[in-house]
Design a protein. Sequence first.
Length: 84
Amino acid sequence: MRNLFIMNMAVKNKIVEKILQSDDDLLLNEVKALVGLTDRDFGSDLPNEVKHAVAKAASQLDGGEGIPHHIIMSEIRNKFSKRK
């Protein structure tokens, strides 16, 4: 019985080690589902004004409005790389 306990602890430690070393989102999501962890919807805690603003922004992006990510990043790099 004690050997089984030691073996189980060794297996658990190896599993935990692999999880801690992993950057694989698929693996981490699978483990999360297996152990019954769920993500809390942070949006439910937001004030209604913020929820409305986010919905409006998403609608605008869906409509083709907005500035592409690569342009924004280029502008930010240019702005902050010229600082002395």
